[in-house]
Ligand binder design. Sequence first.
Ligand code: MRU
Length: 360
Amino acid sequence: MLAAFFAIRWQTAQAGRPAAVIMLDQRFLPTRELYRTYTHYQGVARAIRAMIIRGAPAIGVAAAMGLALGARQLKTSDRPATFDRLCRVFAATRPTAVNLFWAIERMRGVYAETHAAGRTRLCERLEHEALALYAEDIEANRRLGRYGAALIPPRASVLTHCNAGALATAGYGTALGVIRAAWEQGKHLSVYVPETRPFLQGARLTAWELSKEGIPATLITDNMVGHFMQKGAIDCAIVGTDRTAANGDVANKIGTYTSAVLAARHELPFYVAAPTTSVDLACPSGAHIPIEERAAREVTHIFRQQIAPTDIPVANPAFDVTPHPLVSAIITERGVVRAPYDESLPRVVRAGQPDTAVSS
Ligand code: MRU
């Protein structure tokens, strides 16, 4: 089942209603469900930067829809360089999630093929492509969810990190999609949800999504993960990814690496749910993945409350890299792949063929 809310939708222009992108403002969750309507690409780009929408697949879809809106704002006299400028605006929003760049390139390709056909045709084609990308993401999540669910025991306590759910995608979710699929198959699950400082995607978003679905979940602070693993309370971990390098190194929300090290220490499987749109074969290893550094205020303040001394130097990397030897398996929409990832990932991404039969 799809979730009862949505992170993003396209509104088709009709009878005086403009084309628009509608997004759930994730900064206000869980206390307010506020949907915002954007009719200009600039607003969509600002929304990605401000994390009104976030999560690698969702920002890819947002950029595609934003470019479809942007094309409507172009004048007939505008040249391809103007569309290129719009692409650069989106490319500058957030650097780590490769889905963003993948979506921009897809829209750029459609522009190149169609811009000579006239403005109306161009806008139609770009809108069509953005909607295709949106639908494909949901379908990929569902397939990935089914492959991943086979790895989850019939009774399991699962650790996740950040939010890789319906809110982070066009719908259904990647890591939470696996949990959702296992739950739908009747498995008895409970989920440990680390709060995910500093932006609190775990506490605000994952806890909200899971409670809406009725999936049992326990909220913990990030520094409790080791304690619960040591107590035997966790059976496996499953997280999402913003970019997976060709060798299987995984960039995901800051704190993921800590959980992976702890999982290895406690001999627990550590799974990564990675739609092929988040695999970057051009990136040889995690050392080449650009890590976003965000504002100090996210660390020194919780909402408007200051919690640290004024002027204390702050580091705020939004992501960390989990080296591939700590990853038990990578779950894609085309099957589950295992080490050696430098062989299995290119096969699954390029050929679209499952690497191995799904196994646990
Ligand atoms: O900074 P965010 O909230 O965009 O980070 C999101 C994550 O780290 C997710 O785990 C990742 O994008 C995968 S979402 C399916």
